[in-house]
Design a protein around this ligand. Structure first.
Ligand code: ZN
Length: 204
């Protein structure tokens, strides 16, 4: 059983995947983590990837696919892909080495993302994260530190990231939609509702 998670930044893909990992036994593969691990362990593929990254180049698809191939051989129950594929070319390459059973498309609206990310306030002193929707003071309740908004959490940058995501991912969603394996899940429900819905898809 192999799943792909799609959804804009702020839709909570990582949180849902982490919960499902506990109950489904599926491996959670985040491409960023995979690259970091391969480089840290100084595997042959990791060394090649490092050269690309250090010279400021993108790691080529072939290399990522080889890493994914290794992970697939060691994931008996299957994999939940998070952050990969990002393009139709990558999806086609992935189809050659793995059978994808389902694509979980976490849907939400720009307004919800702006509220979730744009409302985030972080304590300058201890790093505790608040949201203006439920916390109305300017200082941290734990340490009294000043609360601030991260520079890339402004409404404008959130809108830009969201538009880029939709533009880039739309062809990918269409690619899987014609195969009939896309499941749209409302990202705005509570975590247990989402986990239950996806568990039902995994069980078939
Ligand atoms: Zn604090």
């Amino acid at each position: 059983m192999n799943l792909i998670f799609l959804g804009p930044p702020g839709a909570g893909k990582g949180t849902v995947a982490a919960e499902l990992k506990k109950t489904s036994g599926l491996d959670h593969l985040s491409t960023g983590d995979m690259l970091r691990e391969e480089m840290k362990n100084e595997t042959e593929l990791g060394k090649i990837a490092k050269e690309y990254i250090e010279s400021g180049k993108l790691v080529p698809d072939d290399l990522i696919i080889d890493m994914v191939k290794n992970r697939l051989e060691n994931a008996d129950a299957g994999i939940m892909f998070d952050g990969f594929p990002r393009t139709v070319a990558q999806a086609e390459a992935l189809d050659k080495i793995a059978h994808i059973d389902a694509v979980i498309n976490l849907t939400t609206t720009i307004d919800v993302i702006i509220e979730r990310i744009g409302g985030r306030r972080i304590c300058r002193n201890c790093g505790k994260v608040y949201n203006v929707s439920w916390y109305h003071k300017d200082t941290c309740e734990d340490c009294g530190g000043e609360l601030y908004t991260r520079a890339d959490d402004t409404e404008e940058t959130i809108r830009t990231r969201y538009d880029e995501y939709l533009k880039k991912t739309a062809p990918l969603i269409d690619y899987y939609r014609v195969k009939g394996i896309v499941h749209d899940i409302d990202a705005n429900g509570d975590i247990q509702t989402k986990v239950d819905a996806i568990s039902d898809i995994i069980k078939g």
